[in-house]
Ligand binder design. Structure first.
Ligand code: F6R
Length: 602
């Protein structure tokens, strides 16, 4: 949520900031802005909407050599130009970009208003700019870069909440930065310095970068990069090798979402390759798991939907108590758990605020923590006892597709591993190769008419039992998030206990019935909705008798695989349908309204 960037160097600063903001656009895209400085002036440009709007507005400032930029996902205040970052101090000398939430901003704001400051925006961030001005004015000594850094540290010490900050001042030859609970990275390249919310920005700029920790501050000046702590003590940081591949090209696809659905096969290959190597899971030993009597799997959104599948497959396979939790619930209404718990955190970004907070709770309780995560440099990946990468590559479309597939598959690998340690069963990933061969992504043209039909519906109801219900959960979140059509999952057996009242003539009901044992039960539930006027769509690998099949408007015939990996085969058509529904409704599937790829606030 929100992306920030900063640059001090020799290149035309506006070009660099805009280019890097484009890479960060996945973090928020309701408005954007930059502040740049030369030896005499500070210039701010802002625009509502995507980075391209900002680019069209920017007129370079002569000899500007440093600057900061921001792409916003609104938390406080509407997405209008006034609320776009950077925000300025009352004397218009300080400019601030911020990712995070300042929880005590209202108290600070009132105090600053009493002291004569004027606020233009509805954001929490503007208090930081005003507070910097106030704090700096009260500091003794000459106006050196160190004094500006001191003002930033003192200001941040008064803030409650989360922040990654980029700060410049019209009179100072430095870019200042600070981090607390929001990601921030810094890189150096031969006299040029850059900071960004995502190290992807450093590809082509530097071979390594510094990962800031919570409580780190610093500044880039003409000659050096300095880090310090909240007491202004200088700190040394060790650079990390930049080991990222940029996959920001849609190739021949019109959108990232479709391209990423097609990437699923490669994701499975990557998982097979990584987890077939003995050393990959060398940290997962019998000794590590000896104390584990229960497993909690935690995530948000699609990652939670993968977690429920993981919990069910582990429960079935291992015979121990396994459950899944939405991270925001886990942290505030935690179940009973402790040292005997393995807490598994599932996240594509590894930055999700609620997931990180849940992780802190699990650590405090002494649980063994494991991350199942796509972004390997993320806070989540770095903070758990053990980590299992998804190897999905960059996922750019906001709606998760290949990373969801990766999460289900990696949880399956973990279940196999755990089982092999407890019961000395073999650890054989053969079924993953079969899974890969059975994916039916190329059936895309067959799914388009279904998407067209459903794009005209007001609401969709999805039914399933067991794993099929979990597929319905994920299918719904995909459809809701990209096409803005209301889609609700129901346990098929629960229909009669309330939801059936929603069915009227023409309501589309989608039934997932992929398990032969409960096929007839789910089909009977679907029939009950048809009896009340519903139009039925079925997703199944099972061939129905002609008469029975004729009752469905469409049957999506998926391939069959034994066990929980069936969920992967079942979701692919619905990822594609969600993509096309979004297109048919005139939306941008890659950038759904109101959403962002990385949810770094609660
Ligand atoms: C839905 C979607 C979101 C994310 C959720 C968690 O398509 O993408 O629901 O799954 O915001 O994000 P991560 O996995 O980054 O923790």
């Amino acid at each position: 949520m929100c992306g920030i960037v900063g640059y001090f160097g020799k290149e035309p600063v506006e070009d660099i900031l805009i280019k890097k903001l484009k890479l960060l656009e996945y973090r928020g895209y309701d408005s954007a802005g930059i502040a740049v400085k030369n030896s005499t002036s500070l210039k701010v440009t802002k625009a509502v909407g995507e980075i391209s709007n900002l680019k069209a507005k920017v007129k370079p400032l002569n000899s500007a050599y440093l600057g900061i930029g921001h792409t916003r996902w609104a938390t406080h205040g509407k997405p209008i130009t006034t609320n776009a970052h950077p925000h300025l101090s009352t004397d218009k000398c300080w400019a601030v970009v911020h990712n995070g939430i300042i929880e005590n901003y209202e108290i600070l704001r009132e105090d600053l208003i009493d002291k004569g400051h004027h606020f233009l925006s509805h954001t929490d961030t503007e208090v930081i700019a005003k507070l910097l001005e106030q704090t700096f004015a009260n500091l003794p000594g000459d106006d050196s870069c160190d004094k500006y850094l001191t003002a930033l540290v003192n200001t941040c010490n008064a803030l409650d909440g989360s922040f990654a900050l980029g700060v410049i001042n019209k009179k100072a030859d430095c870019v200042l930065f600070a981090k607390n609970n929001s990601p921030l990275y810094v890189a150096v390249n031969n006299g040029e310095f850059m900071m960004a919310s995502d190290p992807t920005c450093f590809i082509g700029f530097s071979q390594s970068y510094f990962a800031l920790c919570d409580g780190d501050f610093g500044m880039m000046t003409k000659s050096c990069l300095t880090f310090c702590d909240k007491n202004l003590n200088k700190i040394e940081k060790t650079p990390v090798e930049l080991n990222l591949v940029y996959s920001g090209d849609t190739n021949d696809f019109n959108h990232f979402m479709l391209k990423e659905i097609y990437d699923s096969r490669r994701v499975i290959d990557n998982i097979i390759e990584l987890y077939s190597k003995k050393e990959t899971l060398s940290g997962f030993t019998k000794e590590t798991f000896k104390r584990i009597t229960n497993i909690k799997i935690i995530g948000c959104g699609s990652s939670y939907n993968a977690a429920v599948i993981g919990a069910k497959m582990m429960q079935e396979r291992l015979g121990i108590d396994c459950s899944a939790y939405v991270a925001s619930e886990f942290r505030y209404s935690p179940p009973t758990f402790g040292k005997n718990t393995m807490a598994i955190f599932v996240s594509q970004s590894g930055e999700t605020a609620d997931v990180l907070a849940a992780l802190n709770l699990a650590k405090a309780r002494g649980a063994l923590t494991v991350s199942v995560v796509n972004v390997e440099h993320s806070a989540l990946s770095k903070s758990t006892d053990l980590t299992m990468p998804l190897k999905a590559g960059m996922e750019i479309a906001v709606a998760s597709t290949k990373a969801y597939v990766g999460a289900v598959v990696v949880l399956y690998v973990l279940a196999l591993k755990f089982d092999s340690l407890i019961r000395k069963t073999g650890f054989d990933l053969q079924q993953l190769s079969t899974l890969k061969d059975l994916l039916q992504i190329e059936k895309e043209p067959e799914y388009q008419p279904i998407a067209r039909l459903l794009s005209k519906a007001d609401k969709l109801m999805m039914l399933g039992r067991g794993y099929d219900y979990y597929t319905a959960l994920e299918a719904c979140i995909k459809i809701v998030g990209t096409s803005y059509t209301s889609a609700t999952p129901y346990f098929a057996g629960e229909l009669k206990h309330g939801p059936l009242a929603l069915v009227s003539k023409g309501t589309y009901v989608i039934a997932f019935a992929t398990d032969n044992d409960i096929l007839t039960k789910t089909l009977a539930n679907a029939e009950e909705t048809a009896a009340r006027g519903a139009k039925l769509i079925l997703c199944t690998p099972i061939e129905l008798p002609k008469e029975q099949a004729s009752r469905f408007v469409h049957i999506i015939k998926v391939n069959k695989i034994d066990g929980p990996l069936q969920t992967v085969l079942n979701i692919i058509p619905w990822q594609i349908i969600a993509y096309y529904m979004s297109l048919y409704k005139g939306n941008n599937p890659d950038r759904p309204r109101n959403l962002a790829k990385s949810v770094t606030v609660e």
